[in-house]
Design a protein around this ligand. Structure first.
Ligand SMILES: *[C@@H]1O[C@H](CO)[C@@H](O)[C@H](O)[C@H]1NC(C)=O
Ligand SMILES: *[C@@H]1O[C@H](CO)[C@@H](O)[C@H](O)[C@H]1NC(C)=O
Ligand SMILES: *[C@@H]1O[C@H](CO)[C@@H](O)[C@H](O)[C@H]1NC(C)=O
Ligand SMILES: *[C@@H]1O[C@H](CO)[C@@H](O)[C@H](O)[C@H]1NC(C)=O
Ligand SMILES: *[C@@H]1O[C@H](CO)[C@@H](O)[C@H](O)[C@H]1NC(C)=O
Ligand SMILES: *[C@@H]1O[C@H](CO)[C@@H](O)[C@H](O)[C@H]1NC(C)=O
Ligand SMILES: *[C@@H]1O[C@H](CO)[C@@H](O)[C@H](O)[C@H]1NC(C)=O
Ligand SMILES: *[C@@H]1O[C@H](CO)[C@@H](O)[C@H](O)[C@H]1NC(C)=O
Length: 825
């Protein structure tokens, strides 16, 4: 049972990207290589196209070439996934750092020797390229002609002595980039060494990459950059989960059981067992610098990232290499070079390997002639004792001078806040390579001054986008979720990560362009419908990082791609705490979709007209919702650059977040879809009760139409019932008319129209204000209606509101007695 005697063997890994693209049917695949065996005996070998296949047909071992690479490697992959695909999901690589060239591929063999070691040989040469003796007891000199190597259904290649059945070597003890279920991940207290997983360099090169995962003596694990720089820590093991990964406990119930074993000698190991073995699963060190867990989903026929540490790609140390700037969610690539710099190895960048970073276009003169380029809103580069100097100088010029005087100074920042110095003025100077620069959103962050050669033409050297489009769906959005734990961790590191709340005026780059394919996967082929409205249906979806989204499939979009994108980016700029946030969009041919934050508590209509007490909102919640919606509308009407009339305010379009805070949905769509208002109206059949009279009178529609709809909704919020009902004789009755008569004409207390479910529990002053606002909002004469700004002021108590007049135009439609009976049923 020796897990610990591992040397830091670093073999290699599978490219995440290929995994994503795979699609296969585990249940229906047919094994072609029926003759392939799972066992290799002493003296036997595999050559070019021979493979070992595990008994249950799950894993296969043999030669492979990753991507477009011309190099050959020995690896283990998921057989059934690869069977229908040209790409293999590699889980282990023997010779990751010593590939076989194309010329030698036909003359190489993977051979089990009689001494119990496997070697990878080129026949013309006697010296093996790779051997199990490199990573285990090299002094083992048994002579056992009955030794054998078996590939198990767990993906483990084991060399067994047939004299005593003992395992002499296991591939599980020498993981490359992947940890399969059942494999041990251990720490050896004698050698003080941990097993480790090391990323591939990129999707086509399995050689040791710059990121690895290792266990520490305190039982936590770290994600590490370039062998020593730790940038993500799992927290301590508490017996059930790592303190920074509470979702492990969730995973425990869902798919795997975690086992942590400590031995008396101080060594320990960790493994996980899948509870349901029918879905392939593995975790691995991705070349993005994120340790990820992926599961095969038979439903959507793809690998899904179920967790990722760190969560955000920009939280990865050195994510964009030296002088690279990270922008989370940027398209086409999260990394770009600073102005004045260019990609060091564009070929690597094309493969999403940014570790080589950027180099200066023009080298520094190293004198006072150098200039500085100001970059606003930056998360500052890594501050470290070797590469950063913090000075207390009292003006920016002095700070700049200090930098100019030392040739290795590459940037400075001035007047940044420091918690330790209590916000006192200071100057930060960086020497050498700048790592971990992040472009922040909004007016967050600091000004960073980058040193450039005087001859540098700043404008001519705009950031050059990477030539490859990032796979948005999984890789990129796999980094979106905000992780509180990493937030705290990074805060400690002095790197500023700020909440992403773009403000009006930001550019639209923070919207994600989703691929149709990814949204189809996320929504399980649009199977979970949340509702449908005038513009199309809305489906629930789950991104690979477990963020829940709402995807709106737009119908009837006639606009071309460019127009659509420009309109969408306009909507993306409209951000308010009471508006549903647009996360991204998809535009592929006629397939047009908008992706929103998912609101866990659904829409307001579910809570109105509800007899079951459990769903009744209390008065405080109702008032908060009314005020929030008013704020959202006021923002649309008055604070946005162009006045936006919502045109379809109704309880169905007011969504409630986890705190029952309201968020208005569907704003901006009338414009986006370029529809005539009359068409909007046609599409709103069934919600006519909220439409202002001017919709039918042919008068131009203004923001006051939304005010009317808001007033109608306010009546429903107060009464907890629909405003209109059809009686048996086909007549339509309006609650607002009845209510105003009762309160205004008959002088009854306003509490008499309150939702019965509340049993009179309401702040009477607020109730009275809400009622008056509702009455004023639904006036036939739109000039009598207040603006949404005034509504907000009234509800907030900043403005008085007079008693409203009776709703005469509605009253004409009402037969008093019948109405009275109807509503008091
Ligand atoms: C520690 O103890 C365990 C269990 O007794 C054993 O399997 C393992 O080989 C030991 N490790 C070392 C390094 O001695
Ligand atoms: C084996 O691989 C070689 C190239 O390495 C190829 O030309 C040959 O057709 C393959 N044989 C079979 C039986 O697939
Ligand atoms: C591979 O073989 C070709 C032709 O035989 C030769 O030109 C080339 O140099 C060889 N490449 C290597 C890396 O040996
Ligand atoms: C990683 O560390 C080595 C020294 O251990 C250093 O030579 C190398 O430049 C580093 N790589 C990067 C990308 O900084
Ligand atoms: C781990 O090894 C150290 C010596 O290197 C020893 O002092 C310590 O007690 C060991 N831990 C345990 C739990 O045995
Ligand atoms: C295992 O997963 C498959 C598909 O994911 C499902 O059909 C099956 O019911 C699951 N089995 C158990 C025991 O949960
Ligand atoms: C420039 O700064 C570096 C890093 O602080 C330091 O090692 C070096 O001596 C400085 N050079 C000069 C000329 O001051
Ligand atoms: C600096 O600190 C002040 C108060 O300490 C704060 O108001 C301001 O927002 C901070 N500026 C930055 C850029 O963090």
């Amino acid at each position: 049972m020796n897990v610990m005697s591992t040397s830091p063997s670093t073999l290699f890994l599978i490219a995440l990207l290929w995994c994503i693209i795979l699609s296969f049917t585990p249940h229906h695949s047919i094994s072609i290589s029926t003759s392939a065996a799972d066992t290799m005996f002493a003296g036997q070998s595999l050559t070019a196209n021979q493979t070992l296949v595990s008994k249950g047909d799950k894993f296969e071992l043999g030669f492979f070439t990753p991507g477009n690479s011309q190099k050959y490697y020995i690896g283990i992959w998921f057989k059934q996934i690869a069977a229908v695909q040209k790409k293999k999901t590699i889980v282990w690589v023997a010779n990751r750092n010593k590939p076989i060239t194309n010329n030698d591929s036909s003359s190489s063999e993977f051979k089990l020797l009689e001494n119990g070691h496997i070697v990878l040989l080129i026949m013309s040469s006697k010296i093996p390229i790779w051997s199990t003796a490199d990573s285990s007891d090299p002094s083992r000199t048994m002579d056992d002609s009955s030794v054998k190597a078996v590939l198990g259904d767990d993906g483990n290649l084991v060399i067994l002595s047939s004299t005593n059945g003992k395992a002499l070597w296991e591939s599980f003890d020498h993981p490359t980039h992947v940890l399969l279920p059942g494999a041990r991940f251990g720490y050896n207290n004698l050698t003080k060494k941990s097993m480790k997983m090391t990323s591939w360099r990129n999707s086509e090169d399995p050689a040791d990459g710059i990121y690895s995962v290792k266990l520490e003596s305190d039982k936590s694990f770290n994600v590490i950059w370039n062998g020593s720089q730790k940038f993500y820590n799992s927290g301590v093991w508490n017996g059930r989960f790592y303190s920074n990964i509470p979702e492990m406990e969730l995973g425990q119930g869902l798919m795997s059981s975690f086992q942590f074993t400590s031995y008396d000698n101080g060594s320990f190991d960790f493994k996980y067992i899948l509870l349901n073995k029918s879905s392939p699963f593995y975790n691995f060190m991705d070349s993005t610098g994120q340790h990820k867990g992926v599961i095969w989903s038979p439903d959507i026929q793809d690998w899904i990232v179920i967790w990722s540490k760190p969560m955000f790609h920009c939280q990865v140390y050195g994510a964009c290499g030296a002088f690279g700037v990270c922008r989370e969610n940027n398209i086409p690539s999260i990394c770009q070079c600073l102005s004045g710099f260019e990609q060091r190895f564009p070929k690597d960048w094309d493969l999403l390997d940014y570790s080589s970073g950027c180099v200066r276009r023009t080298s520094l003169q190293c004198g006072n002639e150098d200039s500085f380029l100001k970059m606003p809103n930056m998360g500052l580069p890594q501050i470290s004792s070797q590469s950063t100097n913090i000075l207390a100088v009292d003006n920016a010029k002095k700070c700049e001078l200090v930098c100019l005087q030392n040739c290795s100074c590459s940037a400075y920042a001035y007047n940044t806040n420091s918690s330790s110095s209590g916000g006192s003025i200071r100057c930060l100077i960086w020497y050498g390579n700048l790592l971990n620069i992040e472009q922040l959103v909004g007016d967050k962050g600091n000004n960073l001054y980058i040193r450039l050669a005087a001859s540098q033409d700043h404008l001519g050297s705009r950031m050059k986008p990477s030539r490859i489009w990032i796979i948005v769906g999984v890789v990129l959005s796999g980094t979106i979720i905000f992780s509180g734990t990493t937030f705290l961790f990074l805060r400690k590191q002095g790197i500023r990560r700020l909440a992403r709340t773009p403000k009006q005026g930001d550019s639209c780059i923070f919207l994600t362009a989703f691929r149709y394919k990814d949204l189809r996967l996320a929504t399980k082929n649009f199977s979970d419908k949340l509702g449908s409205g005038g513009f199309g249906s809305v489906y629930k979806g789950i991104l690979p990082n477990l963020t829940t989204i709402a995807v709106k499939r737009l119908e009837d979009v006639s606009q071309d791609q460019k127009q659509f994108r420009s309109e969408v980016s306009t909507i993306g700029l409209i951000q308010h705490v009471n508006l549903v946030r647009l996360r991204g969009f998809c535009s592929e041919g006629r397939k047009k979709m908008l992706v929103y934050d998912f609101m866990p508590n659904g829409s307001l209509d579910k809570y109105l007209n509800h007899q079951n007490d459990s769903r009744t909102l209390n008065w405080q919640q109702r008032y908060q919702i009314a005020t929030g919606v008013a704020r959202g509308l006021a923002y649309l009407h008055e604070e946005c650059r162009d006045c936006i009339i919502h045109c379809d305010i109704k309880p169905e379009n007011v969504l409630l977040d986890a705190d029952f805070s309201p968020r208005i949905a569907d704003f901006g769509l009338a414009k986006l879809l370029d529809r005539e208002f009359s068409r909007v109206m046609t599409s709103m059949r069934g919600t006519v009760g909220y439409l202002a009279p001017e919709w039918t009178s042919g008068v131009a529609i203004t923001a006051k139409a939304d005010v009317y709809s808001y007033g109608m909704m306010m009546f429903e919020i107060i009464s907890g019932r629909r405003n209109q009902k059809q009686s048996k004789n086909g007549k339509v009755w309006f609650f607002p008319t009845w209510a105003t008569r009762k309160v205004i004409s008959e002088g009854q207390p306003v509490v008499s129209i309150l939702d019965n479910n509340l049993e009179g529990n309401a702040d009477i002053e607020e109730l009275s204000k809400a009622f008056r606002v509702a009455c004023w909002c639904v006036q036939e004469d739109e000039t009598l209606r207040p603006s949404m700004c005034q509504v907000v002021q009234i509800l907030e108590g900043l403005l008085e509101v007079n008693p409203p007049p009776i709703l005469s135009y509605l009253q004409a439609m009402v037969d008093n007695e019948e109405t009275a009976n109807f509503f008091s049923e």
